[in-house]
Design a protein around this ligand. Structure first.
Ligand code: SF4
Ligand code: SF4
Length: 60
């Protein structure tokens, strides 16, 4: 399973990861972005590439 690490201190709430993820892994919960449905991740790395502040790290 992919381990998704999201650095909340870096995140600027641009919502790119939510928009680009084809599997709906991320959710915006009261202004905090979290990888919620991690089991759905297909490890495409689109979120990691899309994040403008390198807040997302994927580990397999
Ligand atoms: S790697 Fe792909 S499927 Fe997994 S969370 Fe990122 S965008 Fe979604
Ligand atoms: S793409 Fe990066 S900065 Fe934008 S909401 Fe997602 S984690 Fe935060």
């Amino acid at each position: 399973m992919t381990d998704i690490i999201l650095d909340k201190d870096k995140c600027m709430l641009c919502l790119s990861c939510i928009r680009i993820c084809p599997m709906g892994v991320y959710e915006n919960k009261e202004g905090l972005i979290s990888p919620v449905n991690v089991n759905n991740c297909i490890n495409c790395h689109a979120c990691e590439v899309a994040c403008p502040v390198d807040a997302i790290t994927l580990k397999n």
